[in-house]
Design a protein around this ligand. Structure first.
Ligand SMILES: Cc1cc2nc3c(=O)[nH]c(=O)nc-3n(C[C@H](O)[C@H](O)[C@H](O)COP(=O)(O)OP(=O)(O)OC[C@H]3O[C@@H](n4cnc5c(N)ncnc54)[C@H](O)[C@@H]3O)c2cc1C
Length: 390
């Protein structure tokens, strides 16, 4: 069905990546998506297939043994995986989120050590910013890092950590200078095997049930000082820079799940008969389908435009990353909800995939900053005159 859509002005390389990911997803991701959701289990088949095809962390540069995908290629990978199974798309997405702080601000030694392991499939990377009492207001975090000779000692609780327990590596933001607010936060690489690291029970969620979300407990975790990412006090800035880039990948998840729901609804509408003809023949439904297609396409174009800015590191990336994430996730919620409507009563049951897509789409409006927070970010950029001008 998606082949009936216009081809985007993608390079041959990007188009080839889309086709390659779609083939992997058709064979090894989509067939398990319902079971993964029903049983709230880790999508191991997808994890194995993505790793075998080098799509598990495509953004890692070639010099560290990675696939060296640019921001648009990474977006295409995540979009295509999300079209089949949003839970599985968290694998490449969170590997980028967790490791980008190292890539942006880490020492050459940290990059060599951890990006190489990630690329080689020796362990995934999670990102630990949020805490029980510090969500949108992340600067209010309480996790502490105290210097002790050649080491740092970390104590605290990180909440809502995607792939916690599965990942081997964790970028942890912690307060190293309580007086300095955001300038007193530092970033560290913590390993799952470090003494004092443990995990809470998996959260029971509305959607993305195959993506484990757990608390991470840091109990006197003593790590070598060279595991600090960048200089002391730069951790919050690194965390925010990271989100500028990775919000584009959340937009990609949103576009993917919306496309998956639209494709399913289009097929269903042409098969389901009422009043002696396919429901697709009714203009009332055609208008709904047309709006769905129009909005998915607008979200995709905005996401790809933001990916270009991410690749180039343009100064208006902060605006575009927030705008793409906010717009695409609102579209995903609307389009998946309308896909349920196209299927009528059948859409409301677990016998069809669109209700899962609707539940999964919801998270894209919440994580990596809620859409209220994205609007705050965008307004600040607009008022500062940073958004690009025509
Ligand atoms: C499944 C899942 C996976 C996640 N994965 C990760 C992860 O891997 N790593 C990580 O660090 N975090 C992760 N998060 C955390 C996520 O980023 C936070 O949930 C999110 O930032 C919101 O924080 P909160 O839940 O504390 O909500 P709150 O900050 O308490 O917000 C509650 C409501 O108030 C609104 N609000 C808050 N402040 C304002 C304001 N100034 N103006 C207007 N409205 C406002 C919010 O928009 C929201 O609607 C994950 C969350 C979930 C649910």
């Amino acid at each position: 069905m998606a082949d009936e859509y216009p081809m985007y002005a993608l390079s041959e390389e990007h188009q080839a990546i889309r086709e390659a990911v779609r083939a992997v997803c058709d064979a090894k991701v989509a067939p398990y998506a319902t079971d993964v959701d029903e049983n709230a289990r880790y999508p191991q088949e997808a994890a194995d297939a993505l790793q075998a095809a080098d799509f598990h962390a495509p953004h890692v540069p070639e010099e560290y043994g990675g696939a060296g995908a640019d921001a648009l290629a990474t977006v295409i990978v995540i979009e295509e995986v999300a079209r089949a199974c949003v839970s599985s798309s968290l694998i490449p997405a969170v590997n980028k989120l967790g490791s980008l702080p190292v890539q942006i601000s880490g020492s050459e030694e940290l990059k060599k050590k951890y990006l190489s392991k990630l690329a080689a499939g020796e362990g995934g990377f999670s990102y630990c910013l949020s805490e029980p009492d510090a969500g949108s207001d992340a600067v209010s975090m309480k996790t502490k890092a105290v210097r002790d000779g050649d080491h740092w000692v970390l104590n605290g609780v990180k909440r809502w950590i995607t792939n916690a327990g599965v990942s081997e590596f964790y970028t942890v933001m912690a307060v190293s200078d309580p007086e300095a607010r955001s300038k007193g936060i530092s970033a560290f690489v913590v390993e799952k095997s470090d003494e004092g690291v443990s995990f809470g029970a998996p959260e029971k969620k509305l959607g993305i049930k195959g993506s484990p979300t757990r608390e991470v407990y840091l109990d006197n975790v003593r790590i070598p000082a060279d595991r600090m990412i960048g200089p002391a006090g730069t951790g919050f800035e690194t965390a925010m820079k990271t989100l500028d880039h990775t919000r584009v990948t959340i937009a990609a998840q949103a576009v993917g799940v919306a496309q998956g729901a639209l494709d399913y609804a289009l097929g269903y509408a042409q098969e389901r008969q009422q009043f002696g003809k396919p429901i697709a023949d009714f203009q009332g439904l055609q208008f709904l389908l047309a709006d769905m297609g129009m909005k998915v396409e607008a979200a995709r174009q905005m996401t790809y435009a933001a990916a270009g800015r991410s690749e180039r590191g343009d100064k208006d990336l902060t605006f575009f990353g927030a705008a793409a994430k906010c717009f695409a996730s609102d579209v995903a919620m609307e389009v998946t909800t309308n896909a349920v409507q196209v299927l009528g009563g059948y859409g409301y049951t677990r016998d069809y995939p669109v209700e899962r897509m609707m539940r999964d789409a919801k998270i894209t409006q919440i994580y990596e900053g809620t859409n209220q927070v994205q609007r705050i970010v965008m307004a600040r950029q607009l008022l500062a005159g940073i958004q690009s001008r025509l």
